[in-house]
Design a protein around this ligand. Structure first.
Ligand code: NAP
Length: 546
């Protein structure tokens, strides 16, 4: 830590500020921030655009939305009472249950009293003279605080495609990430779903159950593997509860905080029979095992990756009756696991149903949306409902939507043009007292595990400062450069970083995001935490504290 007197003497008195900490977003990060920052005796205010808690699990209420992580590995781990009192009903619970869970947590700790709902933050500006943040909401109101913590989530800025005529469509249309609260019936309806990422896959398999006719518009197919969900009975829940300490310990040790542990063997170090038997068991197993618990080299060695890709392709061929449709559903432009693997429940069998049709936009792209449906280069289609499962302006998109100005008038959006930089994904050079939970270059994966870690790190830093009458924290350029270098180094050799996806910062629907940038830390979570722990243990030498 270096001490500077530049800002200290000017720092405004806390009593003149509306709050000590303003948090943006009341998802899992924002909720936990309230809990932890209250422990420091701080006045916390959370501004949330929605009318309820839950963030991702509040907005993404599309049919079929559910966990892709085991429910019990995803919930908060910090409260024994919550662990004791909450029962999960499925290994991968659905959105309504998840939203109920998050409301249960909000009730239990009386979190809502510190949250202002329907409050979208428009701008956040650092005041160099007073050493505080000015937060302006869409209603024009101004709120001042010493610290601002962004709890925006890496996938919370939905993006629409840019087809001509989108405003012409006369029927209802929805983005999966902005799904309405009222139930939508698909019975007797002709429905279009555009997009086949994790959201599209979950929605398609559910909508296909009731729609009169469902047309899926797929651009690039993804490698989808079975979720193998199932109910959790009372006795099983008690077993899970008894095993929570070991479960969370395992999540602390794995690379991306999932329960699945990478197999130390290489793909070619076993016999053909052993390999096939292992992959069969993973394909029949729960969740991300086949992605996160596979041989150590499938995501780094092209030949190993080709083998597992061939295995999954054969599974798809075995499940889809029409060979041409099967081939359309098999990715040809990227290997298994190099983009986020959507998890499915009878997804491929949906294409055997007479009411479901698959259109490849690689062969016949959509040309325009019309008043009654849409036109591709090949045909005109009529629909009652159009669903856009077209993804998010990931990682930096939610920051770009707020006008964030740091010290000396720096604009965050401009600073991050060409790719974000940060110190451990929590601080940005030139943006004093702004902390990010799950910011760019923090550890992603089974996110709540990293959310809890990030929040506790921020709590510790603010606690450290409060205890020493320090009011301003900034990351030094050297610290940001060192962390960014480490992130760059960790990205090397991973096949996923050679592929276009939200994980490499590409979104064709967003201006300026057509080429790959380093938006993601792809090292392991244990390495991430080791780095961050060291910073805190050694008294924040990478920061300027004044
Ligand atoms: P996504 O993975 O980015 O998928 C978007 C889909 O829309 C892709 O198929 C994409 O095609 C297509 N698309 C976008 N713009 C298009 C255009 N202009 N024309 C044609 N097609 C277009 O988004 P997502 O499915 O919402 O998932 C995003 C992430 O959210 C996931 O990777 C995951 O991390 C998270 N998620 C998690 C869960 C869960 O845990 N349960 C569920 C859903 C989502 P291309 O691939 O060709 O671009």
């Amino acid at each position: 830590m270096s001490l500077s007197s530049e800002n200290g003497p000017h720092a405004i008195d806390a009593a003149q500020l509306d709050h000590d900490v303003i948090v943006i977003g009341a998802g899992m990060s924002g909720m936990y921030l309230i809990y932890r920052l209250r422990e420091l005796g701080l006045r916390v205010r959370v501004f949330e655009a929605g009318t309820g808690v839950g963030g991702t699990w509040y907005w993404n209420r599309y049919p079929g939305a559910r966990f892709d992580s085991e429910s019990y590995s995803y919930g908060y781990s910090f409260s024994q009472e919550v662990l004791d009192e909450w029962d999960w009903s499925e290994h991968f619970s659905s959105q309504p249950e998840i939203e109920r869970y998050l409301n249960f947590v909000a009730d239990k700790f009386d979190l809502r009293r510190d949250i202002q709902f329907s409050a979208r933050v428009q701008s956040a500006t650092y005041d160099d003279d007073d050493g505080c943040w000015n937060i302006v909401l869409e209603d024009g109101s101004l709120h001042r605080s010493r610290f601002v913590v962004t709890a925006l989530g890496p996938l919370s800025a939905p993006t629409m495609p840019r087809f001509e005529g989108m405003a012409d469509f006369q029927g209802p249309s929805f983005h999966t990430g902005l799904w309405p609260k009222e139930p939508i019936s698909f019975e007797g309806k002709r429905v279009a779903v555009i997009g086949t990422g994790a959201s599209g896959v979950q929605a398609i398999q559910e909508i296909a159950k009731t729609a009169e006719h469902l047309t899926v518009f797929q651009r690039r197919p993804n490698w989808c593997t079975p979720l193998n969900n199932g109910p959790i009975g009372g006795a099983e829940m008690e077993e899970i509860r008894a095993g929570y300490p070991e479960l969370f310990q395992r999540c602390r040790e794995t690379a991306a905080c999932f329960v699945h542990t990478i197999d130390p063997r290489g793909t070619f170090e076993v016999t053909d029979e052993e390999r096939t038997a292992f992959w069969e068991s993973l394909y029949a197993g729960r969740g991300f095992g086949i992605w996160q618990g596979n041989f150590r080299d499938i995501l780094t060695d092209a030949a190993a990756n080709k083998m597992i890709s061939d295995f999954v392709a054969d599974k798809i061929r075995g499940r889809v009756n029409d060979p041409e449709t099967a081939e359309l559903l098999i990715p040809k432009d990227h290997g298994f696991g190099t983009r986020r693997v959507p998890q499915e429940t009878h997804y491929f069998e949906v294409y055997n149903q007479p009411n479901v049709e698959l259109i490849s936009m690689l062969e016949t792209p959509i040309e325009r949306i019309t008043s009654t449906g849409l036109s591709t280069t090949d045909a005109d289609y009529e629909f009652d409902i159009i669903i856009y499962a077209t993804g998010f302006d990931a990682v930096t998109g939610s920051f770009d939507r707020i006008d964030i100005t740091g010290a000396e008038g720096r604009k965050l959006k401009e600073e991050w043009q060409g790719g974000p930089t940060s110190f451990v994904g929590v601080m940005v050079q030139g943006f004093p007292n702004m902390f990010m939970v799950m910011g760019p270059h923090a550890a992603l994966g089974n996110n709540p595990r990293s959310i809890e870690y990030n929040v506790e790190w921020v709590q510790r830093l603010i606690g450290y400062m409060s205890g020493r009458d320090l009011t301003v924290a900034s990351a030094t350029p050297e610290a940001v450069e060192a962390w960014t270098g480490f992130v760059r180094q960790k990205a090397e050799g991973l096949l996923s970083n050679e592929i276009d996806s939200w994980m490499t910062g590409v979104n064709m629907n967003v201006e300026g995001k057509q080429t790959r940038t380093l938006v993601r830390y792809s090292g392991s979570a244990p390495e991430y935490r080791e780095w961050c722990d060291k910073v805190a243990d050694q008294g924040y030498q990478e920061l300027t504290l004044s």
